[in-house]
Design a protein around this ligand. Structure first.
Ligand code: TRP
Ligand code: ZN
Length: 495
């Protein structure tokens, strides 16, 4: 059986987490209250401050209100003092182009740790202050609703690592020969300031300068590589919208292979010690892409590939846009999973962290479909095995699938738990049973096409599926699937 990329999580942490969330919420409220107060007294107080958080049900402080980022231009100068952690030093400039969605007297960016040196808006020095992960910027003139404005933040320091509510690590992770930046769900705010919430996607230019001999790999396409004074600069560009949690930078020694899948460029970067073990599976990327396009519709991005770092570089794989990251050679199922996320997660991105099953349920179902289409168990057989508690070797894993409904994880430390993955996949299979194969595969494809490069939540999906089914399978009733499989507590009846 393919291995599932679930992360370990600790049930007992949820108690601590709930109180942390309450603290987070009151902090966010306090912050915006203070800012409000300031504005009232401010002589140039046109507009009001943008909200300090987007009230995400699991990460309320993440993201900010009052503007929409369209582009990030990140320039990073990286110094790695090898074997002397914490020795990584970043000197960064973030140029953030955004459109105001209200009259703004001030707005926030998310940035955790690091030192801010200066902030300008529209080329003019701006006042700023920091509180926790909130960088509040007060432009001299205010910004009018609908206006596009450019904020430049100069910053530096050693990024800190974030330990998630479920215990896994993310952010700027030092590796044996460099670093790996991973951002699901919140790690990207440790190395660049931004609107760090999946609902605000933007294009990116990521330019990274590293000591000569090392390489910097990121999302999108490499458009320039230049050397100067013993350092090498790699300029990467993503012209398709990207959520900040799937942004990556991988620094180290990598063997690079550039091939193609049809017309699509494939860029693969592999830690030299992993080349032998990963060659065969990575050679199948073009085949997987072709299969996935057949099942999910046209690939939504302008290049693909993979980054394989050393085992332990991270505790999990991640669907970083264009080229997923793997800590060590992936197995075929995991590669299929992360590539399927390019459609479901990276292109169709959740509106909030509650909608994670739209990522993980779909990517898990993609693994089942791959099996079915390649002479393995059918999705129905896998579904039955999960339902009957014989999919995993141990009873606890089989039982874990029923811990909570996929559309409603009980707390932030559970958003990558088995119900989100496996029971999420089971929801899709129940739809397939209800409407039939051909309509179901149309639905999978059309969902991806309709929300291409956008955001969607669970209600969007159920409404879409119902509308779709009314046309293709008028006799099907999806309501019981939502009630029992998507939102219902406990193990649903099989029928
Ligand atoms: N998205 C990753 C995968 O399934 C797993 C993962 C890594 C994750 N970090 C996370 C899931 C944080 C939820 C939250 O391939
Ligand atoms: Zn996944």
């Amino acid at each position: 059986m393919v291995s599932c990329p679930h992360r370990l999580s600790d049930v007992f942490r949820s108690v601590r987490l709930r109180s942390a969330a309450v603290v987070a919420l009151s902090l966010a409220l306090t912050l915006s209250a203070c800012t409000d107060d300031d504005t009232a007294r401010s002589p140039q107080g046109t507009g009001t401050p943008g909200a300090a958080g987007l009230r995400d049900p699991y990460f309320p402080k993440m993201g900010n209100g009052g503007y929409d980022v369209t582009h990030y231009a990140l320039t990073l100068d990286v110094d790695l003092e090898r074997n002397s952690d914490p020795g990584h030093h970043l000197a960064g400039t973030a140029v953030i182009t955004a459109r105001a969605t209200q009259n703004l007297s001030a707005f926030n960016l998310d940035l955790k740790g690091l030192d801010v040196e200066s902030v300008t808006v529209g080329g003019e020095a701006a006042r700023w202050k920091r509180a926790g992960q909130e960088l509040t910027v007060r432009p001299k003139a205010g910004v009018g609703e609908g206006e596009t404005f450019r904020t430049t933040v100069r910053y530096s320091g050693t990024p800190r690592i974030i330990t998630d509510p479920d215990g896994s690590q993310e952010g700027w992770l030092p590796t044996t020969d460099g670093a790996l930046a991973l951002g699901e769900p919140t790690g990207s705010m440790t190395w660049f300031p931004g609107n760090h919430h999946p609902s605000d996607k933007a294009t990116y230019d990521i330019t990274v300068t590293v000591p000569k001999g090392l390489r910097a790999v990121s999302n999108g396409e490499l458009r320039d590589e230049s050397a100067k004074d013993g350092r090498t600069t790699y300029a990467w560009r993503s012209t398709d919208p990207m959520a900040s949690y799937v942004v990556t930078v991988a620094i180290g020694t990598y063997e690079i292979r550039r091939t193609a899948a049809g017309k699509l460029p494939v860029y693969v970067a592999v830690d030299p010690a992993q080349v032998k073990d990963s060659r065969a599976v990575l050679d199948r990327i073009p085949e997987i892409m072709k299969w996935a396009e057949g099942r999910f519709g046209p690939y939504p991005f302008s290049s693909t590939g993979a980054i394989v770092d050393h085992p332990g570089a991270a505790g999990y794989a991640l669907e970083t846009q264009n080229r997923p990251v793997f800590p060590g050679a992936p197995d075929l199922g995991l590669l299929v999973h992360e590539l399927a996320h390019q459609w479901y997660g990276d292109s169709v991105t959740p509106k909030t962290w509650r909608d994670m099953w739209l990522n993980e349920g779909f990517a898990t179902y993609a693994e089942w479909l791959w099996q079915e289409d390649h002479g393995g168990d059918t999705a129905q057989e896998i579904f039955d095995a999960v339902y009957e508690g014989r999919h995993h070797a141990d009873a606890a894993s089989n039982e874990a699938v029923w811990a909570f409904p996929p559309a409603n994880p009980p707390s932030a430390d559970r958003i990558s738990d088995p119900p989100v993955y496996e029971r999420g996949a089971m929801v899709l299979h129940k739809i397939r049973q209800a409407i039939g194969d051909a309509p179901f595969f149309d639905l999978l494809r059309n969902w991806a096409t309709t929300h291409r490069h956008g955001n969607a939540n669970t209600a969007d999906f159920t409404a879409y599926a119902e509308k779709f089914a009314r046309r293709t399978s008028p006799d099907a009733d999806l309501a019981p699937i939502w009630k029992e499989w998507l939102y219902g507590e406990g193990k649903p009846p099989k029928a």
